[in-house]
Design a binder for this molecule. Sequence first.
Ligand SMILES: [Zn+2]
Length: 346
Amino acid sequence: MRPVLRSVVKTQDDKSGGGRDGAKGLYVVLRGRVIHHRIDRGSARVRRSRATPTLVLLCAVALTMLSLTGGCGGASGDSAAGDDRPAVVTDTTFLADIVQNVAGERMAVSALLPVGSDPHSFEPTPQDAKRIAKSSAVVINVLGLEPQLDGLLADVAGADVQVIEAAAGVVGASEDPHVWLDPILVMTYVENIARKLSEIDPIGGEDYRANAEAYRCELQELDRWIVERVATVPVERKLLVTNHDSLGYFAGRYGFKVVGKVFPTVSGQGAPSAQQIASLVREIEYTGAPAIFLETGANVDLAAQIAKESGVTVVTDLYIASVGEDAPTYLDMMRRNVEMIVKALR
Ligand SMILES: [Zn+2]
């Protein structure tokens, strides 16, 4: 299904929990859900006015370049029907949002995985294979996140379909693919994506570079906001227990300690032994970790049992690998996660 581009006005009533302004903007709707949202330039200026002077200047330059090149999302048009732009597919929904921010209006970007699904257990369908074969590029986070998709990509990759690894160049990405939970590392995604899209569509090179620069400003702003928010958590409570081993990069960037995981692997596959569970309960009690954090779709039962034994709370529904209805962009998804983590630990 092609995403539908819509230029709409959001009212204050529509405001999501992520602290975004209700704003006029460009929304990409996929399977009836908003998967991409870019605020219009007017709102962007208002939001960025809190930034440091240097950043404001850099962002202003980037936005001016966008105005000159016409690459930003102010005018969407209803071009979805009969869209003849190059199609780009991504693995996850949040990556579709990031790629669309770089591609601007020059490419039609959509995600293979449905909203809320687990990438580690993703099984591509024959329909997915067709979408990949028809696309100009497939952007994946990193090889190893979706093993079944990797196999399919090895078959179709070639002169016609470029496979782009967004996290290429990030040290350790193939061992722990959850790189995107550190927005500073997402800047590497943006650079890789802009460079590769320019190779596919050299005429759009200037647009991709300008879009990438503008999005890097948004990532910097997100990073600064996260630093401020997590500073409200006492250092001795900056302790994370997660469902699977997903928050390593996030913890590393923002000074958290990962105390343990219910499923002690980066994929969340397999089951922990009774010994591992007992050891996690002891670790939680010993460190005083206040909560166990589960991503959307995670099985709550085991975590609930561990939480009961160790006397802590379970926070469900973190958006670890997918955007959601109340957080339709990568930036929103991160803000929502941070608010939930801060609220539970403070
Ligand atoms: Zn994961």
